[in-house]
Write a protein that binds this ligand. Sequence first.
Ligand SMILES: *Cc1c(COP(=O)(O)O)cnc(C)c1O
Ligand SMILES: [Zn+2]
Length: 464
Amino acid sequence: MTDHAFQRCIHPQCGTTVELTSTTFQCPKCGGLLDVAYDWNRLPVPTSLKHFESKWTDRTNPLNFSGVWRFRELLPFAPDSKIMTIGEGQTLTRLSDTVGAYVGMRPGRLYLQYEGMNPSGSFKDNGMTAAFTHAGLVGARRAACASTGNTSASLAIYCAGTNLMRGVVFIGSGKISYGKLSQALEHAALTLQIAGDFDDALRRVQEVSRQLGIYLVNSVNPFRLEGQKTIMYRALEALGWEVPDWIVVPGGNLGNSSAFGKAFMELADLGLIARPPRIAVINATGADTFYQLYEKHGVRWNGGAPDGKKVGAYLKMLDDSGAKADTLASAIEINRPVNLPKALRALERCGGVVREVTDQEMLDAKAKIGAGGLGCEPASAATVAGLMKLVKEGIIGPDERVVGVLTAHLLKDPTATVAYHTSDPKTFEDVLGKRGVKRVAFANRAVQVPNDLEEILKAIELYA
Ligand SMILES: *Cc1c(COP(=O)(O)O)cnc(C)c1O
Ligand SMILES: [Zn+2]
């Protein structure tokens, strides 16, 4: 099976192929990003997506239990015996009319894809299982990543859960939330706190991996994106294999947007869907490189030749002005998205848009998502805040069918949540106020009551 899979430069003008087992994740000819590519003609591709439903009946097989690998015919780069799974991808696509009403959509139209149900609590596990499978194929002994938190949590739990490799985690100083840091530590990864931000940590981990031959699991690794394609397969499955009108997803390093685009391109090319959905990528205003380049500077995929000068000039401007990414949504606090070209390709093929939302908009949306019965971290709520904007602008119609991806669990970052709901001005100020959040429109305050039965009963009658 593996002779039919390889790596290939994403730029059609170059198209250089690289063997499956290469771990440099960079085109040797033009320096571009690589895709995992398949010789589909020589592979057993199902003729209908309904085929995958049969996997549910055989859930004692770990490969069919996994919400990633039960779609393995669509990411066929490893033999079954080499697949590294810890039971990821058991996630939920839930209709959410309350959140739908909040963003201005009609009932029955908004679905939230809740990736917080993964083993480490974020969508990253979908990709990590695929990266670990590739690492196993090449015999890697150590794996590393730079992380705003969730990739390191995922790497750590896969190291602990598979015993395949030792994990090394690079994190920027200060910004990582306790929820995520606790996972790296608890799952026994070597944790290096670098004095710098995420972009600094990513540069360092790439140097170190090259020098020491450590397997890199950041999303520049195309195998991760293969696993993340399955988030969309599950969304389609939940909709009875009907393609929604829109997918809305937060944008950080743009791995998800790229993976979703690839998933839909392949499904369309294989004749398994008639048309791809449109994709909306949502940046934070404090980390909006993709928004600026796509919406303000008109940078496009352009058949594989995006305007490198414009991109270079913009990134140089960021460097020269000393600009650092800055948002409460730490998971998308990234100014140099490594998957930019792939995301441009995805948006071209799917007819995409990019928007940016403030921390304020994200936190309000997050409270609404929570009140609607799904708990997510701030970055995930960019999805709903961005969707609201697009509905207001009339880009997304109130009757269109939308799948919004909630990328990670509420408990990843409880600090932001408690600060939003607190009645203590100092707690609010320290976490949110000093970062420009002003309103807490949907705060659910704890009620202070004396330790007295009568008073407690009164409070309940008054408030509940
Ligand atoms: C990693 C992450 C993102 C960003 O995803 P990209 O694929 O890097 O764009 C968004 N939300 C959460 C919770 C994340 O962990
Ligand atoms: Zn190339």
